[in-house]
Write a protein that binds this ligand. Structure first.
Ligand SMILES: Nc1nc2c(ncn2[C@@H]2O[C@H](COP(=O)(O)OP(=O)(O)O)[C@@H](O)[C@H]2O)c(=O)[nH]1
Ligand SMILES: [Mg+2]
Length: 191
């Protein structure tokens, strides 16, 4: 599995940030995308997978409100989608964000896998279920990643086990790298 590790160490370069479909890069590499509630650990996971700091990690939720495209090794497009469920955005802005995400999901035919992140310490939230329901058209391309495995569980949800039986899933920690290699293997096998 040396190939996997060396693949992820190759350069990952920011391509562009888009606020509308017309701005998406016209490159047909296989594409993967990451989405989840704000603060779920999305930037940390992307950085752990690609073994470098490519995505901004922060404690201030809601910074990423664009669709960010990264080119990995001229072989894979990596997409950081805006987080959902911020407490602090207006209804109008929340509507704009979901429009952005929905435009993305309905137009990217080269999207091979969508990683939906759920905070393992907080469990599945209604908004996660709403997002999943909304994405049934691409159900078979969804993988759920439960984040922050190194941290103590604070809240549990009866929906978690159900989701685990419906979707391919991983439980990871970007802090101690637990489970990261397993997710890397899945991505590598898309190429
Ligand atoms: N303990 C622990 N903290 C994490 C982990 N992943 C993210 N965090 C923390 O959670 C906060 C939000 O992470 P970030 O990656 O910016 O989340 P994003 O808003 O989804 O991009 C930051 O303080 C991270 O350091 C993890 O696996 N373990
Ligand atoms: Mg982020």
């Amino acid at each position: 599995m040396n190939n996997v590790a060396s693949f992820f160490k190759q350069p990952t370069n920011f391509v562009l940030s888009a606020v509308q479909k017309a701005q998406y890069p016209n490159i047909a590499f296989p594409e993967i995308a990451f989405i989840g509630r704000s603060n779920v650990g999305k930037s940390s996971l992307i950085n752990a997978l690609f073994a470098k700091k490519i995505a901004l990690t922060s404690n201030t939720p809601g910074k990423t409100r664009q669709v960010n495209f990264f080119n990995h090794a001229d072989k894979l497009m990596v997409v950081d989608l805006p987080g959902y469920g911020y407490a602090k955005v207006s209804k109008k802005e929340a509507g704009e964000i979901s429009q952005l995400v929905s435009n993305y999901l309905t137009s990217r035919t080269n999207l091979k896998q969508l990683f939906i992140l759920i905070d393992n310490t907080l469990g599945v939230k209604d908004i996660d279920l709403e997002m999943l329901e909304y994405m049934t058209a691409i159900k078979e391309r969804i993988i759920i990643v439960f984040t922050k495995k190194d941290k103590k569980v604070k809240e549990t949800s009866a929906d978690t086990e159900k989701l685990k039986s419906y979707y391919e899933n991983f439980t990871i920690s970007s802090k101690n790298n637990e489970g990261i290699f397993e997710v890397q293997k899945v991505i590598y096998n898309l190429l």
